[in-house]
Ligand binder design. Structure first.
Ligand code: NAD
Ligand code: LMR
Length: 326
């Protein structure tokens, strides 16, 4: 018997990331060999563009695509949603820091969180991509009090993948031979890329500390800004690909012996205050993220994580100052 289609809601569907994301979801790259029904949310002025993308999705004749609907209200778009990819937000442009986006984007994620709480399916899983992603996820979770908060995650998988790419280039190996990279903290330039437990073919591999601190960490942490400078627009296809990786691993499980980086509401792990959405190394078991606990952090990683947590705390306080619950 053919299984019922999984309802996947994507916001910002007419944007750059949306265009790179939707075709891969429809192809089965995210959920595997199961039918999907896409529910696209856009602002009214971009609905026509989203309808155009829906036409192209139909024209691709994906065997797993059970239908595409376009909406301009969160209540309708999240009705019955089982996976929600919250991409729609204003992207950072050259010279802007993520904190500058707070006022512009904080107002989007409260109403969307409320609509998820009221209309999504019981098994809803949410990935926030729109920046500042960690804090937007915390806002959405706070507006959906009946949804377990660990169902709200934010994307640091792109940072994780960027880190793997740098390490693989340094070692002159393929990324698939590496495991156990960790990104801690905020998806911002304060993020903490930590390669200290990386395995090559299952064996520990050390990196020169000077290369890590002087080249690797700044390259990974500032890659978003470097892409904006080079393209004149923020990363899109790599962000979409990483969103696919995040949800695929969440639903289908992480590779044996590996872990990945996921931003999720802290339950106090590693001294990150309860409720802040911070990146941790995590495995997915039976469809649920579990933070990898008990790792010993170096003094440098500890200090850097404390600074990133301070930034997350400041973002939370700035949202509260706008009168938005978080
Ligand atoms: P884009 O400007 O091309 O597209 C954004 C789309 O969102 C637009 O079509 C816009 O109409 C829509 N939108 C705006 N407000 C909306 C709302 N309230 N409801 C539904 N749709 C809405 O931007 P993009 O390049 O696709 O980037 C989207 C977001 O993703 C940005 O915030 C960007 O900074 C962020 N991003 C995050 C990561 C990450 O690793 N977490 C990586 C890249 C980009
Ligand atoms: C990225 O990391 O590429 C995105 O978050 C875009 C940005 O503003 O850095």
């Amino acid at each position: 018997m053919t299984p019922s289609p999984v309802n996947v809601t994507v916001t910002g569907a007419a944007g750059q990331i949306g265009y790179a994301l939707l075709f891969r979801i429809a192809s089965g790259a995210m959920l595997g060999d199961v039918p999907v029904r896409l529910r696209l949310l856009e602002v009214p002025q971009a609905v026509a563009a989203a309808e155009g993308t829906a036409m192209e999705l139909a024209d691709s004749a994906f065997p797993l695509l059970a239908g595409v609907d376009v909406f301009d209200t969160p209540d309708a778009a999240f009705a019955g949603a089982q996976v929600a990819l919250l991409v729609g937000a204003r992207p950072r442009t050259s010279g802007m820091e993520r904190a500058d986006l707070l006022a512009a984007n904080a107002g989007i994620f409260g109403p969307q969180g409320r609509a998820i709480g009221e209309h999504a399916a019981d098994d809803i899983r949410v990935l926030v991509v729109g920046n500042p992603a960690n804090t937007n996820a915390a806002i959405a979770a706070a507006h959906a009090p009946d949804v377990p908060r660990e169902r709200f995650t934010a994307m640091t998988r792109l940072d994780h993948n960027r880190a793997l790419a740098q390490l693989a280039a340094k070692l002159e190996v393929g990324t698939g031979r590496l495991a156990r990279m960790s990104i801690w903290g905020n998806h911002s330039s304060t993020q903490v890329p930590d390669p200290s437990r990386v395995l090559l073919d299952g064996e520990p591999v050390g990196f020169d500390p000077a290369w890590v601190s002087d080249h690797f960490v700044p390259t990974v942490a500032n890659r978003g800004a470097a892409i904006i400078q080079a393209r004149g627009a923020s990363s899109a296809a790599s962000a979409a690909s990483s969103a696919i990786d995040h949800v695929r691993d969440w639903v289908q499980g992480t590779r044996d012996g590996d872990w990945v980086s996921v931003a999720l509401p802290s339950a106090g792990q590693y001294g990150v205050p309860d409720g802040l959405v911070s990146s941790f190394p995590a495995v997915s078991v039976d469809g649920e993220w579990q933070v990898v606990e008990g790792l010993e952090l170096s003094d440098g990683v500890r200090r850097a994580l404390d600074a990133s947590v301070a930034e997350l705390t400041a973002e939370r306080d700035a949202v509260r100052a706008l009168g938005i619950s978080i």
